[in-house]
Design a protein around this ligand. Structure first.
Ligand code: S3P
Length: 167
C-alpha cells in the first residue's frame, strides 16, 4: 500500500515518514528529495531557474509514475496535494494522512529553516504567519480530502493502525 503524508510545510511529514518507515519496516521517500535527485538540482534552484509551474509539473509526474502495488511511505511537498488533481490521484493510489499540526508549532518549525524553502525565503516571522493564514485558506480544502487527519505526531499509533490493517 502507498501511504502519502500531506500537510503544510513544517508539519513534520519527513519526520513522520522516517519514524513510520522504521517502525513498520517499509521504505519511505521524501518527494522533494526524489525530485531534486532526478533533476540534479535543489528545489530552490528549480524554482529560481525554471519557475514554480515547472516544479508543480514535476510533482505531478512523480505521483503519476508511482506504482501503486508497493509498500511505500511518501512524504509529499506541502503544495503537492493542491495542484492538478493530485489529491484524487493519491487517494486512488493509496491512503492519505493529513498532518494537521497546530499553527504555532508549524511556524516555529518553519522559522528554523527558511532558506531551504523558496516560498518563504527572506520572510520575517510576521510575514510567515501572514503567508500561512493566506495559503492555508486555499490549501485546507485539499488537505481535508485526506483519508485520515493526524493531529499529533504519535507515529506509534499510526503505525499500529497501518499494521492492523485499519488504515
Ligand atoms: C512547498 C513545500 C515544500 C517544497 C516546495 C514548495 C509548498 O515542501 O515542495 O518548497 O508549496 O508548500 P515541504 O512541505 O516538505 O517543505
Amino acid at each position: 500500500m502507498l501511504y502519502f503524508l500531506v500537510g503544510f510545510m513544517g508539519s513534520g511529514k519527513s519526520h513522520m515518514g522516517r519514524r513510520l518507515a522504521k517502525q513498520l519496516g517499509i521504505p519511505w521517500v521524501d518527494m522533494d528529495k526524489e525530485i531534486e535527485r532526478a533533476e540534479g538540482r535543489t528545489i530552490n534552484d528549480i524554482f529560481a531557474e525554471s519557475g514554480e509551474d515547472y516544479f508543480r509539473q514535476l510533482e505531478r509526474d512523480y505521483l503519476l509514475q508511482l506504482d501503486k502495488d508497493q509498500d511505500l511511505i511518501v512524504a509529499t511537498g506541502g503544495g503537492a496535494p493542491c495542484f492538478y488533481d493530485n489529491m484524487k490521484t493519491m487517494n486512488e493510489k493509496g491512503r492519505t494522512l493529513y498532518l494537521n499540526r497546530k499553527k504555532e508549532v508549524v511556524i516555529a518549525q518553519l522559522m528554523k529553516g527558511l532558506h531551504r524553502r523558496p516560498l518563504l525565503k527572506g520572510k520575517t516571522q510576521e510575514q510567515v504567519m501572514e503567508y500561512y493564514d493566506a495559503v492555508m485558506k486555499e490549501r485546507r480544502p485539499y488537505y481535508e480530502q485526506a483519508t485520515i487527519f493526524v493531529e499529533e505526531l504519535n507515529y506509534l499509533d499510526i503505525a499500529q493502525m497501518i499494521s492492523s490493517g485499519w488504515l
